[in-house]
Design a binder for this molecule. Sequence first.
Ligand SMILES: [Zn+2]
Ligand SMILES: [Zn+2]
Length: 155
Amino acid sequence: MTGAQTAVPAMTGGCLCGAVRYKLTTPPKGIGACHCGMCRKFSGGIELGIEVPAEGVEFIADDSLRIFSSSDWAERGFCSICGSSLFWRLTAPGPMHGLFSLSAGSLDSLEGLALTQEVYIDMKPAGYALAGEHKRLTEADIMAMVAAAEKGETQ
Ligand SMILES: [Zn+2]
Ligand SMILES: [Zn+2]
């Protein structure tokens, strides 16, 4: 690779112990951060996720993958051996059904990927903040987007 080329994000990832492995069928575009209380518990900090459509992830090894239904509309995947947080997945019906937010840290490399947005910014503890210019959405912003989508104003 020469210096003129842009770094290409990794197309593979998995958990800390390697028992769960996946590959992406489309390159990730950016990293989103979620500050909601559930993501904080699940990830152990700030959840950094890569949005991938339902058919965008192919699991190569998943014997130790366990799923936890975290709400009426989403579930979370983790490795039952090493405990790595692997994804959030939308279970609610609709055009976005099956959408993944893969834990960014599970990718083999984050080379070339930048933070593009923060969600539930109003739930972020005051003691830390992510630097840089990117979108910052509050819970009210997100609920307005969901309501608009349900009315068919988008998608
Ligand atoms: Zn593992
Ligand atoms: Zn969250």
